[in-house]
Design a protein around this ligand. Structure first.
Ligand code: PMP
Length: 457
């Protein structure tokens, strides 16, 4: 391969060889790649020198923003010292041990054990495997059914994609599995009693109770949910929802897996969304903000009572592990990211700029296209509708997801444009108030331009 690739040939090589995540193969070939070249703070630059503001932190992961030199140094230092150490055969590395200790001191009380993965999908997959193992270990092998939420997303492993309830992840993949069930999402905007928080909460609890009764309590292993449903369109349940579901799981004798892959690490304000609700799940999964995307890593936390049970019941090796579990470079990166969150003032800045985010979200509510505005901390979405009164959804043929994605890009902005005309925001927690204003000025411009288009009004 020649050293100097022109921008054109990069796009051609991408088209000819690189399979992209969650893409129509032919659709991507026709669209072509937007090749990113560099980044600093909130800003990305592509290979043509176009500069855009990233209001989505990459893929809701770069919570500390781009260009943090101290992370680069931590990674380089660890690579020089010890680039790899396995966790198999009783080996370990200092960064992995320190990270395990620091994290478990920060997670909700009673989650003192962590298994490191490469990202969120294998964190969820690990939790499912350990849950299955746990029920076999305690002599309840019939407890194997899992319940999750409609609109939920739990990664791209076979089991996680089955727990997910988004059509793309099931279609053509023979999912969900027979042991994977779904109940309605709280989705306040489209809930018949959406204005009544208590009714929304009660309806999810009732749906869970009904599903457990239908399957049989002796057969259900666990309920799995995100505190805020991210990839389903940033669906924000009322405060108290997670706590009510925790109580319901305990009452029903099923385990609770809370997937904090997006909500973890300050995204919604506190370090974990569970913390805000005083909830200790039996399993908690994280990734993304753990390393802020500077290196791949996820973490699955296991409650002490599960750990102790497996420890006593399974004297033989528990056959679960990956070559890169607890990778020392990723762990060194995560340790520095954790330092930035707390001592570097990143969490505090997220709370400060989060107040401006809330103001600008509230202001955009009056736009004629905006039906719903929902957010918590630095995570949010607006939902566009044909008519505010009827909450009419735009027909799929209008292809608003792709159109908005192109329009925002043309306006120098990256947000997440969902197919159902939802625009998602997850800016870095390092975003300044001035940058937040740039983001929303560009959102406003895009919505005004969309309103002018003949097939929209
Ligand atoms: N769970 C949730 C809630 C997620 O949002 C994601 C990723 N968007 C995953 C799991 C999967 O994580 P990853 O893409 O790192 O495998």
């Amino acid at each position: 391969m020649t050293e100097t690739l022109t921008n054109r040939s990069l796009i051609e090589l991408d088209r000819d060889h690189l399979i992209h995540p969650v893409a129509s193969f032919r659709g991507h070939e026709a669209h072509g790649a937007r090749v990113l070249a560099s980044a600093d703070g909130m800003w990305l630059t592509d290979i043509d020198g176009k500069r855009v503001i990233d209001a989505f932190a990459g893929l809701w992961c770069v919570n500390v923003g781009y260009g943090q030199e101290s992370i680069v140094e931590a990674a380089a230092d660890q690579m020089r010292r010890l680039p790899y150490a396995t966790g198999y055969f009783h080996f370990a590395s200092e960064p992995a041990i320190r990270l395990a200790a620091e994290l478990t001191a920060l997670t909700p009380e009673g989650l003192d054990h962590v298994f490191f993965t490469l990202g969120g999908s294998d964190a969820v997959d690990s939790a499912v495997r350990y849950i299955i193992h746990y029920f076999n270990a305690i002599g309840k092998p019939e407890k194997k059914e899992f319940i999750a939420l409609e609109w939920g997303y739990h990664g791209s492993s076979s089991t996680g994609a089955g727990l997910t309830a988004l059509g793309n992840f099931h279609r053509g993949f023979d999912l969900p599995y027979k042991w994977q069930h779904h109940i309605p999402s709280p989705y306040p905007y489209r809930h018949p009693q959406g204005d009544d928080d208590a009714a929304v909460i009660a309806s999810t609890v009732a749906a869970l109770e009904a599903k457990v009764a239908e399957i049989g309590a002796d057969k259900v292993a666990a309920f799995c949910c995100e505190p805020i449903q991210g990839s389903g369109g940033v669906i924000v349940p009322p405060k108290g929802w997670l706590k009510a579901l925790r109580e319901a799981c305990t009452r029903l004798g099923i385990l609770m897996l809370v997937d904090e892959v997006i909500t973890g690490f300050g995204r919604t304000g506190p370090l974990f969304a569970c913390e805000e609700e005083g909830v200790t799940p039996d399993f908690m999964t994280t990734a993304k903000g753990l390393t802020s995307g500077y290196a791949p890593m996820g973490a699955m936390f296991m409650a002490n009572h599960i750990y102790e049970t497996i420890a006593d019941a399974s004297p033989l090796p528990v056959g679960h592990g990956m070559t890169y579990s607890g990778h020392p470079v990723s762990a060194a990166v995560a340790l520095e990211v954790l330092r930035l969150y707390r001592e570097g003032g990143v969490l505090a800045n997220g709370v400060k700029t989060g107040a401006r985010f809330a103001e600008r979200m509230e202001a955009i509510r009056s736009h004629p296209l905006v039906g719903d505005v929902r957010y918590r901390g630095m995570l949010g979405a607006i939902e566009l509708v044909t008519d505010k009164a009827t909450k009419g959804m735009f027909p799929a043929e209008l292809n608003l997801g792709d159109r908005l994605s192109q329009m925002t890009w043309d306006n120098g902005l990256i947000v997440r444009c969902f197919a159902n005309a939802v625009i998602g925001f997850a800016p870095a927690l390092t975003c300044t108030v001035e940058e937040m204003d740039i983001i929303f000025d560009r959102v406003q411009l895009t919505l005004d331009q969309l309103l002018e288009q003949p097939d929209i009004r």
